[in-house]
Design a protein around this ligand. Structure first.
Ligand code: BGC
Length: 614
């Protein structure tokens, strides 16, 4: 259905503006548009300091003095992974926090509002009470672009309710090695599917009218080659020739740009030993000139610091390579006033002729085009009327549906599934059965996520209880030791939450303790269903024999009832693997199109039920 490389190279080589049959969606994509003229005119009025301010993005927790927002006319603020409002973490706290950071921008000479950015990567995941959707790997298994568009829309509405303008999503990562801790941020190992789902999600976030009250700016990330590092090492080196780099990793950016993505984030990793943040060929020649990307490029968190040389030379290299806005956090390794250093250094670099003014003007025009078209100038502050959007019943219902569609049935023997609704007693076991934090994974309230109950939602156990009547007893036995009278045992095994490099693993085999739970479950004699909560395929080993049925449920988010819906047969499973499932560690990396190709379950695999037992 998805040929290995869906985009012919010729298409990648054709500039977007010349080839598109359809009119560009947004004015910022169109040279000579009204927005273009306004951005250009505004830049003409700006001092060098004001221009540099626009190119500066500060973490809300890094600001030394709130007055600096006005003093330096700072263009953007972000909340990195765990950078919450100081007052609390409800949607209302966030909306107030947003206004608190926006107001000083409105006091500047030109009154250019800030863009506030956040990682809403599976719903508005920093906010307590928001609806959290499955992580991208689960969405890839749905193979449903229309659903992705709906999820983008729902997420955007929840983000808009807190005033925030911009999400660093979707990741259009093509994950090629599941040892990598960011595998779950990838829709698929295959670029065509990634591009199709990514573009749908962008349409959902941005809508046809960027100025609409609930449209949110998207950010395709991380450009380029993030999923292809040797050994699946986070921020590592992707080693391959350019044609392969284009086919595997550039391909999803073509539909993303066509869908009008307003921003693109550059990646930490290198390509053949050279950091992308200094890669003029890929950032400027390929992305901006060849693909015709007219939005702006944002750096990753403190990523320019990884370029060779001191901070000043990092700035020179990255801006000259084509970066338009620099994300400047506080960092343990850098002084808290890094943003002031950035502003001063960049000014000196321009004055010394080391960064041309034309480059600065281009960067600022790009940023202003997006700001002007986003409606920010007309409606800079949060709209409290939108607050009920956060965690609304309609969004939770949508999330539950997404969970159902994301489940992949890998094995089903002895008609273990669906579970009979007439069962008298079901036992749930394992560390994921009643643990909201584990089913949500990383990027949940905190950067790394956490087990337990970090936010509001329904665990899988709770979902079972809600779905079954009083006639069925549902009990929980963590290690599957208490199975008396069980008609079936559902063992839910979960990875511990993680994000980015902290999730890099050399060993993806189920542990001895996990296998022991399955053995104990099997010894009880009732059918055993294994549900895996994981950010990637895990090595099943003996578990495949111990369990009568196996379901990959990925990281489903807050609506655990979607798992019960499918296991209890109210819905048949429809998910199809968007990653090849390896037999053993030695097979990794293994990807569709490889020769030889003999995974345990191939890309596209997924069973369903025959006759559904009611
Ligand atoms: C991640 C990005 C994220 C950024 C801002 C970085 O560590 O690589 O994906 O958008 O932080 O939080």
């Amino acid at each position: 259905m998805y040929p290995r490389f869906i985009l012919p190279l010729a298409l990648l080589l054709t500039p977007f503006t010349a080839s598109a049959a359809e009119a560009p969606l947004y004015q910022f994509m169109q040279p000579g548009s009204e927005i273009d003229r306004r951005a250009h005119a505004l830049v003409q009025q700006m001092t060098l300091e004001e221009k540099i301010g626009q190119m500066t993005q500060v973490d809300s927790r890094a600001l030394l003095d709130h007055a600096d927002l006005t003093k330096y006319a700072i263009g953007s603020v972000l909340s990195g992974g765990s950078s919450d409002p100081k007052t609390g973490n409800t949607a209302k706290d966030w909306a107030d926090h947003y206004d608190y950071f926006q107001r000083p921008a409105l006091q500047t000479r030109l009154k250019i509002p800030i863009l506030y950015g956040i990682d809403a990567v599976h719903g508005h995941n920093n906010v307590i009470g928001a609806t959290l959707f499955p992580h991208n790997i689960g969405l890839g298994a749905t193979r449903n672009p229309a659903l992705l568009e709906e999820l983008g829309r729902a997420t955007a509405r929840e983000i808009a309710a807190t005033g925030i303008d911009w999400t660093f999503a979707p990741a259009v990562i093509v994950g090629r090695d599941e040892r990598w801790g960011r595998t779950y941020e990838s829709f698929a190992e295959e670029p065509g599917l990634v591009g199709e789902l990514g573009a749908a999600y962008i349409r959902g976030l941005q809508t046809a009218q960027l100025a609409g009250p609930t449209a949110i700016l998207a950010c395709a990330k991380h450009f380029l080659g993030d999923g292809g590092t040797t050994g699946g090492v986070d921020q590592g080196d992707t080693r391959m020739e350019e044609p392969e780099l284009r086919k595997l990793f550039l391909a999803p950016y073509v539909p993303a740009i066509r869908a009008g993505v307003a921003t693109i984030m550059v990646t930490y990793n290198s390509w053949n030993g050279n950091k992308l943040h200094g890669h003029k060929h890929l950032l400027t020649d390929v992305l901006k000139n060849e693909l015709g990307f007219r939005g702006f490029l944002i750096s990753d968190y403190a990523a320019i610091d990884q370029l060779p040389g001191d901070f000043k030379s990092d700035i020179e290299t990255s801006i000259n390579a084509g970066l338009d806005m620099i994300m400047i956090p506080h960092g343990a390794d850098r002084k808290p006033n890094t943003y002031i250093e950035f502003i001063n250094d960049l000014k000196e670099l321009v004055q010394a002729g080391r960064v041309p003014m034309s480059r600065i003007d281009d960067a600022v025009e790009r940023i202003l085009r997006v700001k002007l078209e986003s409606g920010l100038f007309e409606h800079p502050l949060a709209d409290p009327r939108l607050l009920p959007e956060v965690g609304s019943a309609a969004h939770r219902e949508l999330a539950r549906r997404a969970v159902r569609e994301s489940l992949v049935l890998l094995k089903n023997e002895k008609q273990a599934l669906p579970l009979a609704k007439t069962a008298k007693h079901l036992v749930l076991a394992g560390n994921g059965a009643d643990n909201l934090g584990r089913q949500c994974g990383g990027w949940t309230i905190d950067w790394q996520g956490s087990p337990g109950r970090p936010t509001e939602g329904t665990t899988i156990l709770e979902g079972f209880k809600q779905s079954l009547g009083a006639a069925t007893q549902v009990t929980y036995s963590a290690d599957a030791s208490n199975l008396a009278g069980a008609d079936a045992v559902v063992v839910v095994l979960a990875e511990e939450p993680y994000a980015e490099g902290k999730g890099d693993r050399r060993d993806l085999r189920l542990t001895a303790a996990e296998l022991a739970i399955l053995r104990s479950a099997k010894a009880g004699g009732a059918p055993v269903v294994l549900v895996l909560l994981s950010g990637r395929p895990l090595i099943l080993g003996e578990a495949l024999d111990l369990a009568d049925a196996v379901v990959a449920a990925w990281l489903p988010g807050t609506e655990g009832r979607g798992v019960a819906d499918v296991l209890l047969g109210a819905y048949a499973p429809t998910g199809k693997l968007s990653f090849s499932w390896p037999r053993n560690m030695e097979q990794i990396p293994i990807n569709v199109g490889d020769h030889p190709y003999d995974p345990l379950f191939p890309f596209g695999y997924g069973l369903t039920y025959g006759q559904i037992r009611k």
